[in-house]
Design a protein. Structure first.
Length: 456
């Protein structure tokens, strides 16, 4: 049966957009999407799509619950699992519940296309057998020990390691013959440099995913590797968490767009000027002084953004997203811990009761607070650009901070190397409160903004 409609279920908006495009390329329209368990079940009941792509780890429970509910409604439902399922027996549970295909993250376009092709062309006798597709990896390192360690980490994250190489020429040849979805490359090897391998791979495939793994920890070396097209640069000894973070970048980067030192300095001046307006507004609202405690800039391909707001408990956060006009790709996030948001709301509303303001009042006050802070900084951007920059109303988001930052980067542009993260951090010692505004900007548009060329 030809599949024409689909429901896409994943808690990451970026992943939903990515899958939607792959489905569209295969003649399948995404007619609904969902980001949690209950929303997914309701969406399936309402739309009855021909196909469902389903994440496992989501808010509100497990995707397996969604799979079970869908199959209870329709025993012939075609459900493709797209998740990190290589642990805790989830793989087998999904098969037992009737998944039509199982794809491990990070998802590749070819992987999903292949699964859809096999599902639609399989004989009826094979219909009960799920299509299982794993992304394929090549490991290039002169150390047998490191190859074994990296192989184990990749397999733990759902990869099939289809080859290994121990020097430059062997690595280049292995890539040419195997055409893997991901290649990890050491920098210092016999027969040349890992840079030679990276250049050769990128010459064959500009979209190749290459992660450099090296003990050389030098800023200039990292910058050169990224400029040559490496997706990430990891430093030995590599941990499982660091490798997982690199893999979650998902989509290969195109050529990086780097801002210059002068552009970075101009951006800092804009943020500082806007921050001065912010602290004045905060002081009036709270009737107690606030200070700017830091300004930081990062390229989106760096590992540091995950630590930007490390002082905020990620599970106790209230995050506000505000997206500016579509011709200025910029996402503004205001992040504050839930206890701090309650204290700020009490100050704003003059609530001196022992129980403090209600959650509804806290949320409304936080939205207003964020709107004032972010707008003050956007005003400086507008003045610098010499053109109006209008923003959408803020909305509440409650997510772990690292996920939020990564999702925001993906939402603004699927190429993390083209994204710049700019953070202002504020604190009030008298109240024991910290908060931050985080700007995710597209590098190309940032250049126009700080150059005064936007809208002219």
């Amino acid at each position: 049966m030809a599949m024409k409609t689909a429901l896409v279920v994943d808690n990451s908006r970026f992943v939903r957009i990515y899958i939607k495009e792959i489905l569209r390329e295969n003649g399948i329209e995404m007619i609904a999407e969902a980001e949690d368990v209950q929303e997914a079940i309701q969406a399936y009941r309402a739309h009855k799509p021909d196909l469902v792509t389903l994440d496992i780890i989501m808010p509100g429970g497990s995707g397996l619950k969604v799979l079970e509910e869908i199959r209870a409604q329709n025993a012939d439902a075609q459900v493709v699992i797209v998740s990190d399922i290589a642990r805790d027996g989830t793989y087998q549970k999904a098969i037992d519940l009737g998944a039509a295909a199982i794809l491990c993250k990070p998802l590749t376009s070819d992987g999903l296309k292949g699964a859809l092709a096999r599902m639609t062309s399989a004989p009826a006798a094979q219909a009960s057998q799920p299509v299982v597709s794993k992304p394929r990896a090549l490991v290039i390192d002169d150390s047998a020990v490191m190859r074994s360690i990296i192989r184990g980490m990749l397999e733990e994250h759902g990869f099939e390691v289809i080859g290994e190489a121990c020097d430059v020429q062997e690595g280049i040849g292995a890539y040419a013959s195997l055409q893997p979805d991901l290649t990890t490359v050491d920098l210092v090897m016999p027969g040349g440099s890992g840079m030679d391998v990276l250049k050769a791979i990128r010459a064959k495939n500009r979209n190749a995913r290459v992660i450099m793994v090296t003990s050389v920890n030098q800023v200039k070396v990292k910058e050169e590797l990224l400029s040559l097209g490496a997706q990430s640069v990891l430093h030995k000894p590599v941990t499982v968490d660091v490798l997982k973070a690199a893999l979650q970048l998902g989509i290969p980067q195109a050529d990086l767009v780097r801002i210059t030192a002068q552009e970075a300095e101009t951006l800092k001046e804009i943020l500082e000027s806007g921050a001065k307006r912010c602290v004045d507004a905060l002081g009036i609202m709270c009737n107690t002084p606030w200070v700017l405690s830091g300004i930081e800039l990062f390229q989106g391909s760096d590992e540091k953004p995950k630590l930007l707001i490390s002082s905020t408990d990620p599970w106790e956060s209230v995050s506000i997203q505000m997206t500016v006009a579509t011709d200025v790709p910029m996402i503004c996030l205001f992040v504050v811990s839930r206890p701090a948001a309650k204290r700020m709301a009490a100050l704003m509303t003059r609530d001196k009761s022992s129980e403090g303001p209600s959650k509804e009042v806290v949320d409304l006050a936080t939205l207003e607070w964020a709107n004032i802070m972010i707008t003050n900084i956007l005003n400086v951007f507008a003045d610098t650009a010499g053109s109006a920059i209008l923003s959408s109303p803020p909305s509440l988001m409650q997510s772990p901070i690292p996920n939020l930052i990564m999702d925001a980067s993906h939402q603004i542009c699927e190429l993390p190397g083209r994204v710049v993260l700019a953070q202002n951090k504020f604190s009030c010692a008298g109240l024991g409160i910290d908060c931050a505004t985080l700007f995710v900007l597209h590098a190309d548009c940032l250049k126009k903004l700080i150059g005064g060329g936007h809208g002219r």
